[in-house]
Structures are given as C-alpha cells and as structure tokens.
Design a protein around this ligand. Structure first.
Ligand code: ADP
Length: 266
C-alpha cells in the first residue's frame, strides 16, 4: 500500500500536540496509471493512421500523382486511414459519453426479435460477401413479443458490435447465429460464431479498452479495440451484463448479453 502522511503541529505557542493524517493513495495511483495508459494508447492509435496518411501524401506530392494507377492506390490508402481515424473518434466519443453518464438513455420495452432482425439486416451484405450464413433463432418457445427494458439505440449498438466482430473473426463459409431465450426476469441474447476463437488466457481481457488478441489482424479488419469495452459499459448501464459464454480456438466463440425483461411488447 502507498500511504501519504500529513503531519502538522497544532497552532499556538502552547500547543498540546500535533495532528497526523494518513491517506491510502494506492487506489488513486492505480487510477492515475490507468488514465496515463489510456492517453498513451489513444495517442498511439491516432499516430499510426496519421503517419500513413502523411507518407501517402508525401509520395503523391513527390510525383506519384502523375500516374493514375499509383495515384488511385495512394488515395485509397488515405481513404482507409481516414476511415480508421473516424471509427476511432466515434468509438472514443461513445465510450466517453457512456462513462461520464452524459449518454441519455431512454428506457422502453424493446422487442428482441425486431432488434435482432434489424441488426442482421444491417450486416447481411457483409456476411454474404464473406460467404457466411447469418441467422436469428428464438429458443425455448419465446413469445414473438418478448421484450427487454432497454434503450433501443444502445441495444442496437451492442448487437451491431457483437455481430460485426463475429463476422470479422469468422473465416469464409462459416456461420454466425444470434439466439435468444428468456426467464421471467431476464433475456439473454447469444451471438455465436464458428470463427477463430479466443485463447483462454485472453478471454478475461477482451473487454478492456484497446485489448486485442492479435493487434495486426484487428487493425487490418478496421477494428478500434474499443468495441467490446463499449458493449460492456452499455450493458452495465442498462442493468445488464455481457460475457464470453464459450470460446475455443479455431472452433468459435459465443458472447452472451443479459438484460432485464420487460413486460412483453405489442
Ligand atoms: P476490435 O475492434 O479489435 O474488434 P473489440 O473490443 O471489439 O475490438 O474486441 C477486442 C478483441 O477481442 C479483438 O481484437 C479480438 O481479438 C477479440 N474478439 C472479439 N470478438 C471476437 C470473436 N467473435 N471471435 C474471436 N475474437 C474476438
């Protein structure tokens, strides 16, 4: 433990003694270190795409712009890197809003089936391009009106992040399935894939900001390393939770989100 000791004599010429205050600053130090790590990580994540953009621009200014093929190659690279910066800033803002409590959540009964199918529709094209099958299944005779008590947009963001990862980390011709079931109190939604899996030692860390099992692979796929941190915060803010329910390397991964059940919607 780190302690700070403040000691002072009580004022006055005939002061009877002194006051001593002991502060445990272990926690303060830990938080300060986390903050420093975060700033270092953000700076690094911003620097890489910026350096790429700068070097592409330099090559273009040096004369590469004259050849149309080379020009379009470097312009595409600039576009990709700018998109990366965009995704990073959007994720940082989401995280900041949700952490500071300034994200305004509007709780209502959100129909699970509708939310899942809307999410699957948003990802259908990407899955098809990769030859992945994408489906949603209600388990155990859930009523079609099954609903969670949640903010519709935050729920969509949670599902989008998990399905996006499932597609990203599943090789061609695999399968991504969203399943849901309910108890009287709770709804659990699982996003299951037949992808690369997460090694056991990394499972406890994947919800940390900027933690990636394979940095190069994640970046190549356009990942920011913040998606799961956002998912975790959002689930917790909506009185729910998220965890890796199962994962096996080269077999696949199942993420499970639990949220409070609402009185069934219309
Ligand atoms: P990223 O933007 O890198 O995908 P996330 O926070 O969404 O960041 O995920 C953190 C890390 O967890 C990823 O880099 C990846 O290593 C791992 N991961 C997340 N989802 C999956 C999945 N469905 N299958 C395998 N690995 C995954």
């Amino acid at each position: 433990k780190s302690m700070v000791v403040y000691a002072s004599r009580l004022p006055g010429p005939n002061s009877p003694g002194a006051v001593m205050v002991l502060h445990d600053i272990t926690e303060i130090r830990r938080l300060e270190r986390l903050r420093q790590d975060f700033v270092a990580n953000v700076s690094h994540e911003l620097k890489t795409p910026l350096a790429n953009i700068k070097s592409s621009v330099e090559v273009l200014l040096d004369g590469a712009a004259e050849d149309p093929v080379t020009r379009s190659m470097f312009l595409s690279e600039i576009d990709i890197q700018a998109e990366r910066l965009n995704a990073l800033v959007a994720d940082l803002l989401s995280l900041a809003r949700i952490e500071s409590g300034t994200a305004i959540l509007e709780f209502e009964a959100v129909a699970v089936e509708d939310a899942v199918h809307a999410c699957l529709d948003r990802h259908r094209t990407r899955a098809e391009v990769k030859g992945l099958s994408l489906s949603g299944v209600a388990l155990g005779g859930c009523p079609p009106t099954l609903a969670v008590w949640a903010d519709e947009e935050a729920l969509a963001q949670i599902l989008d992040n998990l399905v996006d990862n499932a597609i990203k980390y599943t090789p061609r011709a695999g399968r991504v399935t969203v399943r849901w079931e309910a108890t009287a109190e709770q709804v659990s939604v699982e996003v299951d894939d037949t992808g690369i899996g997460i090694p056991e030692r990394d499972v406890p860390r994947v919800f940390e900001r900027f933690y990636r099992v394979d940095k190069a692979r994640s970046r190549e796929m356009g990942g920011t390393g913040l998606g799961l941190a956002i998912v975790k915060h959002m689930a917790q803010t909506m009185n729910g939770s998220v965890r890796v329910a199962a994962s096996e390397v080269n077999k696949g991964t199942t993420f499970r989100v639990c949220l409070p059940r609402a009185a069934d919607g219309k």
